[in-house]
Design a protein around this ligand. Structure first.
Ligand code: MN
Length: 726
């Protein structure tokens, strides 16, 4: 059983060594506070609980952090495991220490174990994002390290769970933060529980050759130090066996049994200056045979996690290869403690391009001109600004764009969940469905079979494209009728805006052609698409605009600037529906509004209703007073009473044809079938086997003209048609 006194003394020694300026008064108060709070709790091995916070504080001290971090480490389990509150801690130890404890508590409460490999990166990101302050991550890593060191007291189930979590979350994080020493220790302990057989095999192998290895390493070390000392280069040189997990990985990757592995030794030469690093490299290559292709200069090109050293592999006289790492003391600190080391070396070498580590680089850059104390405070974790990580009630993690709401969450789970949503709970409390989700929130969606489905407002509330797409899809499917009405109204308004008649769409042939261009089977399908937002009215009209205007009025080439609008003559000749003529709209449903019941002779105005044609109001009707409102203006149209029977007007078409017998008869038959009064029909031969027919006839409206023109064009050997001069 370990004692309080031992651990306290050991922690103080570490603080003295690595953080000589620490506030021992505050630290002692925290020790006493935590000891008192945890007094009734025991560790699994029966020792007093306080030993754990002391050990964590010792690890944090070795990282060389600051007093607040030590306080945070000492108090890290107080909120979670005792009756202490954030406010209590803040009152005694200040806001920073309280924030750190709060941060660690959050991480403790979050469930970071997941079986899905795909979730690991998200888990790590969430871990970082939840931490806010890098010191929280470091304390939590220290906490995990001590728990791993005392893992033997846990149940086998817990051992597996914790070790897997360590492998998935903590070791990779330690690696990214450049904390090699801690990473290795975490990996080796985890391997021991996760792959006990392999672990034991490697340990047995290493133990069996321990003396032999030691002798080999001593000889090499001796050889190096002797040479360097003779050359006047101050150095600390030592050899080590590579860590167990890295040997295990090598065996896995190379499919080798351990006896076949030779690359087990690594030597370190630590010197005072960078020039000496390169000097040492020269001596090493002089003393031993170089293994080609293994030299790496991480001094000029640091690793993304700030690691710097020269690496080379050489072969000694016994024919055994070994790696030599050459670095300065500062680089050594960085290699061992990574980001934590930068509390001491504030203008430390930053570098790297790896995206995942970019934030650290940014952090390091931003602190170059500040002193260490400021640096600590400015070291906020802001890299996952654009993402938020939340949990399902079952602990599955969901990554959403920052600012996401329960609506986004619901659709991220399943569109069925979103469509049936009637409410949401966040952290077990009823929440608004437009609330902004925070990292680590546990979100539960309340659904009902009788839910009415999403509301159109949700499209403006949700942040994720996924939710938006799924909501649109719902409207597309569930609200077809409504969409058709909405879509038709916008489509017709757009046609009208461009001066295009909608009546021509009634013509079957033109209609078929236009629908093909639009890639829809029916007009309703297209209206529905516009209605739910899958297609804009402007886009739809844009696609058929040319064809419609060509059908309405073929523009002679010699006069290309001719406007697309109908001529005034044609407009005048428009037929009336229910005794009313709607300007610019060829034929449409007319409805007399009930509010003002207009009768012939009243000044009237028309309003394009959504899907129901035009409703006629008296100009003095209160409902017609908003005609100048810009949002509505496009839907008001000029209408007037038709005073007389519709007057047909004369028009002429010129048909260019390939000359053949019977063509004149075909044209005449077509005109008769169309029940049009033909006033003139004659043909004239052109050179090159062509002929041109001129047909003058009466039509009542443009739709009729379009229809007959299509009919004529469908006669074999008719090549083109154009409006002629009357
Ligand atoms: Mn703990």
């Amino acid at each position: 059983m370990e004692t309080f006194a031992e651990h306290y003394a050991s922690m103080c020694a570490a603080i003295n060594r690595y953080m000589p300026g620490a506030d021992m008064g505050a630290i002692d108060r925290a020790v006493e506070y935590a000891r008192e709070k945890h007094k009734n709790q025991k560790r699994k091995d029966g020792s007093p609980y306080i030993i754990h916070p002391l050990a964590v504080a010792e690890i944090v001290a070795e990282m060389g952090l600051d007093t607040d971090a030590i306080l945070g480490a000492l108090l890290h389990d107080c909120i979670e495991d005792t009756d202490a509150s954030h406010n209590d801690i803040e009152a005694i130890f200040g806001p920073t220490a309280a924030e750190l404890v709060e941060g660690v508590t959050k991480l403790t409460r979050a469930n970071f174990s997941s079986t899905e490999q795909a979730q690991m990166e998200n888990l790590r990101k969430m871990f970082m994002a939840m931490s806010k302050d890098i010191r929280v991550v470091l304390i939590k890593i220290a906490d995990r390290l001590h728990n791993m060191r005392t893992m033997q007291y846990q149940t086998p189930e817990k051992q597996i769970l914790k070790c897997r979590e360590t492998m998935d979350i903590y070791a990779p994080l330690a690696h990214r933060l450049g904390m090699q020493k801690i990473k290795w220790e975490l990996e080796d302990i985890a391997l021991r529980y996760l792959e006990p057989e392999a672990y034991n095999q490697i340990m047995t192998f290493l133990n069996a050759r321990k003396e032999q290895d030691q002798a080999f390493m001593n000889a090499i070390q001796e050889k190096i130090t002797t040479r360097l000392s003779t050359m006047g280069i101050r150095n600390t040189t030592y050899g080590r066996i590579k860590h167990v997990y890295s040997i295990y990985r090598k065996m896995q990757a190379q499919g080798k049994i351990i006896d076949e592995l030779y690359d087990l030794y690594a030597f370190r030469v630590i010197v005072d200056t960078i020039p000496n690093c390169y000097n040492v490299l020269g001596h090493i290559h002089d003393l031993f045979n170089l293994v080609p292709g293994r030299f790496k200069d991480y001094i000029s090109t640091p690793k993304p996690n700030m690691y710097q050293s020269l690496h080379t592999t050489v072969i000694g006289s016994q024919g055994i290869p070994f790696e030599v790492q050459i670095r300065t003391w500062e680089m050594h600190e960085t290699a061992e403690y990574g980001i934590a080391a930068h509390w001491k070396y504030k203008q430390g070498a930053a570098g790297g391009t790896e995206k995942d580590f970019e934030w650290v680089r940014r952090l390091l850059e931003s602190q170059q001109d500040t002193d260490a104390e400021d640096y600590v405070h400015s070291l906020k974790i802001d890299m996952f600004d654009d993402e938020v990580f939340v949990f399902t009630p079952r602990g599955k993690i969901v990554s959403l764009p920052a600012g996401s709401t329960p609506i986004d969450f619901a659709y991220a789970i399943h569109s069925g969940v979103g469509n049936a949503m009637v409410g949401a709970k966040v952290n077990n409390r009823i929440s608004n469905i437009d609330a902004t989700l925070q990292n680590g929130d546990i979100v539960e969606i309340l659904t009902s079979k009788t839910a009415k489905g999403p509301s159109r407002d949700w499209l403006n509330i949700c942040k994720s494209n996924q939710a938006r797409t799924k909501i649109k899809q719902w409207f597309k499917k569930e609200r077809r009728d409504e969409n058709i009405v909405h879509g038709k109204a916008s489509f017709e308004a757009e046609m009208k805006r461009l001066g295009l008649p909608t009546a021509v769409l009634a013509d079957e042939e033109l209609s078929g052609h236009l629908l093909k261009k639009l890639a829809f089977d029916t007009w309703d399908d297209m209206y529905a698409a516009i209605g739910y937002g899958g297609l804009t009215a402007a886009k739809a009209v844009g696609r058929i605009r040319e064809d419609v205007s060509r059908a309405v009025k073929p523009v002679p080439e010699k006069n290309p600037a001719m406007p697309l609008r109908l001529t005034p003559e044609a407009a005048k000749s428009r037929h009336a529906v229910n005794g009313v003529i709607v300007e610019d709209i060829d034929s449409c449903m007319i409805k007399f509004s009930k509010c003002c019941t207009p009768v012939p002779g009243d000044p009237i105005v028309g309003f394009i209703t959504k899907g129901f044609g035009v409703s006629i109001h008296r100009t003095d009707c209160p409902n017609a007073q908003n005609r100048n409102d810009p949002r509505q203006a496009a839907r008001w149209v000029r209408v007037h009473w038709a005073n007389q029977e519709e007057q047909p007007f004369d028009t002429t078409l010129e048909l260019e044809c390939i000359t053949r017998d019977g063509l004149l008869l075909d044209v005449a038959t077509a005109m008769t079938t169309a029940r049009l009064r033909v006033k003139e029909l004659n043909g004239k031969d052109l050179p090159g086997g062509r002929s041109v027919f001129t047909v003058r006839f009466e039509v009542k409206n443009v739709a009729e003209l379009v229809a007959v023109r299509n009919r004529l064009m469908s006669i074999p050997d008719v090549i083109s048609s154009r409006r002629g001069q009357n």
